[in-house]
Design a binder for this molecule. Structure first.
Ligand code: NAP
Length: 288
């Protein structure tokens, strides 16, 4: 068997187009476009690239893009004051504070200060709790995108054996809640898990969200499994340059998996598309 390679770029483009069409309808009905404001603290180059891409895609979807760039030296009080001001700004439907934040800032406190109704990253404890208890919520973008790709590959997930590797609040835990809500049988592995290979061998769905290049070996994969690689690891190449690679040994998994996402071009593009979708959802809820 050779796996079908899941085209995250194409799927994300389709989602962005459908969000853009819905945004046009929102503008007609409400006389204004949904607004997403991103807060970037410091000058981390990777974060700057993410924020630029988010701004570009927000505008391309017909929404209003706001951006606040603060120096790495900003105080926690100043950052919290900005979040409070954005909470009160009626033109802002979605607020995203780009992570990571400088170490002198309590990221949990900042995230918990965002109005849950504008929390388009889905990291606020209220949204995490709503997701965990099966209530409607703003759900983190990366696992939302992963679920779309998995459902398109496998259809009904009821009873499927799913393994999530990684238990972060950003990916692993919300991914588990989403798959559980689809009635998959969910296992979460982490750094203390014994016999990761054995868990992978049983899984019909593998979501790898660790940050270790090629941790998951191709010969561990259960034949026919749907393999979703969230990992984004920059590794050195022989020519002295670097390239992005995932947590799964893609070449080794290709002959065994049924479906697999490439890195780049798999999960990554879905994340921003789901952010746009969350912003529209937040805007609709605010005018309802
Ligand atoms: P994280 O917060 O660092 O969490 C990593 C998880 O991996 C932890 O739960 C950790 O376990 C677990 N882990 C570490 N070593 C392990 C091992 N040997 N075996 C099994 N589990 C192990 O990372 P994250 O924020 O979830 O991100 C994970 C990866 O996804 C990173 O490469 C990140 O860049 C990427 N990412 C991509 C996107 C995208 O849009 N494509 C979005 C978000 C993240 P413990 O809890 O026990 O420490």
């Amino acid at each position: 068997m050779t796996a079908s390679i899941i085209d995250g770029k194409a799927r994300a483009a389709a989602l962005r187009n459908s969000v853009a069409a819905d945004v046009a309808g929102f503008v007609t009905r409400h006389g204004r476009a949904p607004g997403l404001t991103v807060v970037l603290v410091g000058d981390d180059p990777a974060s700057a690239v993410y924020v630029r891409n988010k701004g570009r895609e927000t505008l391309a979807a017909g929404m209003v893009s706001g951006e606040h760039r603060l120096p790495a030296s900003v105080s926690q009080a100043e950052l919290l004051a900005l979040v409070v001001a954005l909470n009160a700004d009626d033109t802002v439907d979605g607020i995203l504070v780009q992570l990571p934040l400088p170490v002198h800032i309590d990221a949990d406190r900042v995230l918990a200060t965002i109005d849950p109704a504008k929390d388009v990253d889905g990291f606020h404890p209220v949204n995490a709790g709503r997701l965990a208890t099966g209530l409607d919520a703003l759900v983190p973008c990366t696992p939302t995108g992963c679920l779309m790709l998995i459902e398109e590959a496998l259809g009904n997930l009821g009873g499927k054996e799913a393994l999530i590797i990684g238990r972060s609040n950003i990916v692993g835990k919300p991914m588990a809640a989403l798959l559980l809500a689809k009635s998959a049988t969910v296992t979460i592995a982490h750094s203390r898990t014994v016999d990761l290979a054995g868990h992978v061998a049983r899984a019909q769905i593998v979501v790898a969200a660790v940050g270790i290049p090629h941790l998951v070996r191709g010969d561990w994969i259960r034949p026919g499994a749907c393999v979703i690689d969230v990992g984004m690891n920059r590794i050195a190449t022989a020519d002295g340059k670097t390239r992005l690679t995932g947590d799964v040994d893609f070449d080794g998994a290709l002959p065994r998996a049924g479906w697999i996402t490439p890195v780049p071009g798999g999960v990554g593009p879905m994340t921003i598309a789901c952010l746009l979708s969350n912003t529209l959802k937040a805007a609709r809820a605010r005018v309802a």
